[in-house]
Design a protein around this ligand. Structure first.
Ligand SMILES: C[S@@+](CC[C@H](N)C(=O)[O-])C[C@H]1O[C@@H](n2cnc3c(N)ncnc32)[C@H](O)[C@@H]1O
Length: 252
């Protein structure tokens, strides 16, 4: 409970979901290096301009990164989930859900459906643990339709064709081997029902290989709002529809 300055009566504290920072060491290193360069530029005569330029660039990269992880990716996933045209009764799986940025946004659109997240809770996101994801689901008012499992996306503990939608954001590239990443893709397609949709966001150069592996789907850049510091680490969305026996191809 927190006090309210206006009327002196305590008000219940309203918790908002907090999704942490992706790979938090990276913006910290970029920011620290930028600050060091700028400080050195202030003390030196030679190479001052170059140091200042490098420092400014590094600080801008750190800021862009933080914007992406704290705001940009959330806005972009809202937009992408709107584009899917959910009916509200689907079963959705989010692979590598972390603290639930995508899982919980999707669950909000599934009043009669269910959203399941799987993760191994690595340090690739700050404060990454299942309790944090469940607390975020409760804060967003969707705890009743969210399940969180500790599971490896390369060996999903779910039946074939048991989901209508599979999502994944910035998770697959964490798997160290190409075979492992392709296994996770195959698992996503296995658990999708025919006609179900895969929406997978990852760094563009990795996502290109995923489309080649699947031999289907479309790839689209998600733009500057999903740059982890620079366009070189921009994110693309792979969208694929699992073919039903009756149809040879389907479009979004
Ligand atoms: C950068 S975080 C992204 C989390 C979340 N999708 C988001 O966008 O906020 C990557 C996540 O992938 C998870 N991850 C990595 N390898 C995994 C695996 N083999 N199976 C399940 N989760 C995995 C990590 O634990 C981490 O939570």
């Amino acid at each position: 409970m927190v006090g309210n300055k206006d009327d002196g009566f305590p008000r219940p504290k309203v918790w908002a979901p907090r999704y942490g920072v992706d790979a938090p060491a990276l913006p910290a290193v970029l920011g620290a290096a930028g600050a060091v360069c700028c400080a050195a530029a202030g003390r030196r005569r030679s190479g001052r301009k170059a140091l200042l330029a490098a420092g400014t660039l590094l600080l801008a990269q750190s800021g862009t990164y933080l914007h992406t992880t704290l705001r940009g990716k959330l806005r972009i996933w809202k937009r992408e989930l709107d584009l899917v045209g959910l009916k509200g009764d689907e079963r959705l799986l989010d692979m590598g859900c972390g603290r639930g940025a995508v899982l919980i946004e999707a669950a909000g659109r599934l009043p009669r459906g269910h959203a399941v997240g799987v993760d191994l809770w690595s340090g690739d996101q700050s404060g990454n643990r299942p309790e944090a994801t469940r607390a975020n689901a409760a804060a967003a008012g969707v705890a009743d339709r969210v399940d969180v499992h500790t599971a490896d996306m390369t060996a999903l503990p779910f039946e074939d064709e048991s989901f209508d939608i599979v999502t994944s954001a910035m998770a697959l590239h964490n798997i160290s081997s190409p075979e492992g990443r392709y296994r996770a893709l195959d698992e996503a397609m296995r658990v999708l029902r025919p006609g179900g949709q895969l929406l997978l966001a990852d760094v563009w150069f990795a996502a290109k290989k995923y489309v080649r592996h699947l031999e289907q789907g479309t790839l689209r850049s998600l733009g500057p709002g999903y740059w982890y510091g620079s366009p070189a680490v921009g994110v693309s969305l792979l969208h694929a529809v699992k073919e039903s026996p009756a149809t040879s191809s389907a479009e979004r």
